[in-house]
Ligand binder design. Structure first.
Ligand SMILES: NC(=O)c1ccc[n+]([C@@H]2O[C@H](COP(=O)([O-])OP(=O)(O)OC[C@H]3O[C@@H](n4cnc5c(N)ncnc54)[C@H](OP(=O)(O)O)[C@@H]3O)[C@@H](O)[C@H]2O)c1
Length: 325
């Protein structure tokens, strides 16, 4: 090894060691308290999409710890089975796995049918799965993938499960938006990023669409006992963004999670979803937005009812489901 090579090697080793120490010192390293929780969800069925990682994995576990039978929805059979096994071990409940790549409408439909056959009634649907893509990618239906996975798949899944939700005396639909929605624009000429693709624009658009959908759904379901609310979980150290290749994705996300001390743990990030899914004080509360546990106003655009109706109609056409008024 040359003198320069040795110096570079020692520098890299020191950086890695310092990062390791920082990592160990992170406040979210401490395991969450594991006391007995009141089993307020005993007898309830909760479906969580994207339950194989980050916020969704914690949400699924915590709902099961409160007594729920959890449907672990993910795109990898192996990761779903691993989560099911971990939840079963930790809670003694009987979670089940359902597998679908939400980028494919055909798979969303198959998953909805499987969930419907497994669950005569759904009490909570957490539309949690999400992705953040640097480059424009298309789904089998030739839709932009961020829009399709983060928003349209959940629009379709929720609509396909409505009868199961209506079978519960008080079902809750909880959807993961983001504060990024405030930068979002619904431009019907560029809904699929066909004219211009910008990763943040695409992500923000999908999260604004989730809010418009949530509010429109709450209006359409008024009086049925099914509520719909949306969540910003905080800025959370998860795998979000990993899907952009080994260097731009996996490695970048790991370094970001290590050095950005403003990020909170997945346990902290899941709190708002768990609150919305389970708090008895939120019974009947619908059409609201919660940022890290607190109800708050979302962007002015998100309350535009004409825009929400137009997006709903466009989404029905894109997802190939029944026309609405
Ligand atoms: N992290 C944040 O700071 C933050 C902030 C605001 C909002 N959110 C939202 O929170 C939600 C959860 O994200 P996270 O931060 O926990 O990220 P994460 O750790 O990457 O988890 C995302 C989950 O979605 C699943 N998923 C991604 N693409 C999918 C596809 N095509 N089909 C099926 N499942 C798919 C992933 O499955 P795999 O395990 O197979 O990858 C994973 O289970 C997302 O909607 C995200 O937009 C996150």
């Amino acid at each position: 090894m040359t003198r320069l090579g040795r110096r570079e090697f020692l520098g890299a080793a020191a950086t890695l060691a310092a990062a390791g120490i920082l990592y160990r010192l992170r406040p979210w390293d401490a395991p969450p308290a594991r006391g007995e929780l009141p089993r307020i969800l005993d007898g309830k069925t909760c479906v969580v999409t994207g339950a194989t990682s980050g916020i969704g994995a914690v949400t699924a576990l915590e709902l099961a710890r409160r007594g729920a039978t959890v449907v672990v929805a993910g795109r990898s059979a192996a990761r779903c089975e691993a989560r099911v096994e971990a939840i079963r071990r930790e809670t003694g409940t009987r979670p089940v796995a359902v597998v679908a790549d939400l980028a494919s409408q055909q798979q969303v439909r198959r998953m909805a049918a499987e969930i419907s056959s497994l669950c005569p009634r759904i009490d909570v649907l957490v539309n949690n799965a999400g992705t953040y893509l640097f480059d424009r990618a298309l789904t089998p239906e030739r839709l932009e993938k961020t829009f399709a996975v983060n928003y349209l798949s959940h629009f379709l899944l929720t609509n396909l499960l409505l009868d199961r939700l209506a079978a519960s005396p008080s079902a809750r639909v909880v959807s993961l938006s983001s504060e990024a929605h405030r930068e979002g624009r619904i431009d019907f000429d560029n809904l699929q990023g066909e004219r211009r693709y910008d990763r943040l624009e695409a992500y923000s658009r999908s999260k604004l669409a989730i809010l418009l959908f949530t509010y429109e759904l709450s209006r359409r379901l008024a009086g049925t006992g099914v509520t719909a609310n949306a969540v910003h979980p905080g800025v959370v150290a998860t795998n979000l963004g990993s899907e952009n290749g080994p260097l731009r994705g996996w490695l970048r996300v790991r370094v970001r999670n290590l050095v950005d001390r403003s990020m909170v743990s997945p346990e902290e990030g899941a709190r708002t979803s768990i609150l919305l899914a389970s708090a008895s004080g939120l019974e009947g509360v619908t059409g609201r937005y919660f940022d890290r546990g607190q109800e708050t106003r979302s962007s002015a655009t998100s309350y535009d009812q004409a825009l929400a109706r137009r997006l709903w109609q466009m989404s029905e056409a894109l997802a190939g489901i029944g026309a609405s008024g």
